[in-house]
Design a protein around this ligand. Structure first.
Ligand SMILES: NC(=O)c1ccc[n+]([C@@H]2O[C@H](COP(=O)([O-])OP(=O)(O)OC[C@H]3O[C@@H](n4cnc5c(N)ncnc54)[C@H](O)[C@@H]3O)[C@@H](O)[C@H]2O)c1
Ligand SMILES: [Zn+2]
Length: 363
């Protein structure tokens, strides 16, 4: 078990990572000074796997848990679901100090966080992320949101949790594709910030894929640490935090052009290789960097090329619509070497097009 701290928006909170960390949830809530009602929000899948264990453990720790279960899926991240949760909180007589526990993936985390940010102008929130993506990415940094209309995460807030409890043994039940989805963000974090960790992933990728407990503990703790360090330097999402978007410019284009047939992590993997190719063509990094990145992503089971048959114009159009558009120019995070990136908005349009073509051709 590892314990680290995240310092964000003037809040210092504990991040516990490891196999069996879930057992510490009661102690953690107790340490934070909570008592009485604890509202656990989860989805049906996670409830079926871990709901009972959490309920029993919270009761044994002296709390009165109330569990709200929503169907799984991105479509649940809506104002309608938030409204349903507000209604349940009214019924339960939740008060300003009643903690909400988000038990699940990023959907449950973002939705519960949004409700926690807004109900009574802010309830305490504890994240218990159960997907790799949620453990290394969405539970860190304080961004909470729902989707509205056709847009993603457009109604949201910053709301820091009081604690994060990431039980890596919960990842054992995660479907292969969901695991790889998180793995893309792990590799991204190493690629932008930590060459030593990148080398570790190169050495240990087989054990990562076997979901070895000791390896996952390190992978989650280091990746979460990278995100929290970057966010700490830039809480309000204005500057350095942009480096977390490595692979996301082309990634978002590919993700939406695939009509979401590619999951986010798969699209980001393709986007990271495309950005590395741009950097190499601009003389910012060596081509060996592109190869190392490509090899590691392939070993992780992630795609590195734009799928055959995908309309490149649709990719470019979707990239242009992306929110990282800066005064008409696309912003790219480009690697200079493993573990280091720069943010540039002067990548020639011609080069972007060429790299999209190349990424397509090597499929
Ligand atoms: N707030 C942020 O900073 C941030 C960052 C990145 C992503 N996100 C958001 O995160 C969301 C995606 O999160 P996600 O990838 O975790 O998806 P998710 O929450 O939809 O979970 C994926 C699937 O895995 C299931 N699941 C969860 N834990 C499981 C387990 N231990 N075993 C078996 N199945 C399990 C869920 O029921 C769901 O069906 C998106 O809405 C995205 O916008 C937010
Ligand atoms: Zn991402």
């Amino acid at each position: 078990m590892r314990t680290t701290h995240v310092w964000c928006s003037g809040n210092l909170y504990r991040l516990s990572v490891g196999a069996g960390a879930l057992r510490l949830l009661g102690d953690e809530l107790d340490r934070l000074g909570f008592s009485g009602t604890v509202v656990v929000v989860t989805d049906e899948t996670v409830n079926g796997l871990y709901g009972r264990q959490v309920d029993v453990m919270l009761r044994e720790a002296g709390f009165q848990p109330a569990c709200i279960v929503i169907p799984p899926g991105e479509s649940m991240k809506s104002l309608e679901t938030a409204g349903m949760l507000y209604g349940r909180l009214n019924e339960l007589g939740a008060e300003r100090g009643t903690p909400l526990v988000a038990l699940g993936g990023g959907v449950v985390g973002d939705l519960t966080g949004f409700v926690a940010a807004t109900y009574f102008r802010g309830l305490p929130l504890v994240h218990v992320p159960t997907t790799l993506l949620a453990q290394v990415d969405s539970s860190i940094g304080g961004k909470v949101a729902v989707n509205h209309g056709m847009l993603k995460n457009n109604v949201g807030a910053f709301h820091q949790p009081s604690a994060i409890v990431a039980d890596t043994s919960a990842l054992a039940s995660l479907p292969e594709r969901e695991f790889r989805n998180g793995l893309a963000e792990v590799i991204k974090s190493a690629a932008i910030r930590d060459e030593g960790f990148f080398q570790y992933l190169e050495t240990e990728m087989d054990r990562v894929k076997e979901r070895d407990d000791a390896v996952l503990e390190k992978v989650v703790a280091v990746t979460a640490g990278i995100k929290s360090a970057v966010v700490q330097e830039d809480e309000r999402d204005q500057g350095i935090r942009n480096i977390l978007n490595y692979g996301h410019t082309v990634g978002h284009g590919v993700e939406s052009a695939s009509a979401f047939a590619l999951c986010h992590g798969e699209a980001v993997a393709v986007g990271m290789v495309a950005a590395a190719r741009m950097a190499a063509a601009m003389g910012l990094c060596e081509s060996i960097h592109v190869e190392r990145l490509r090899d590691l992503l392939l070993r992780a089971g992630l795609p590195v090329a734009i799928p055959e048959g995908m309309d490149l114009r649709a990719v470019a159009t979707a990239m242009g619509r992306d929110k990282k558009l800066l005064k008409g120019r696309l912003r790219f995070v480009l690697p200079t070497r493993i573990g280091e990136v720069v943010v540039r908005d002067d990548v020639p349009a011609q080069l972007v097009e060429e790299v999209l073509q190349t990424s397509h051709a090597v499929a």
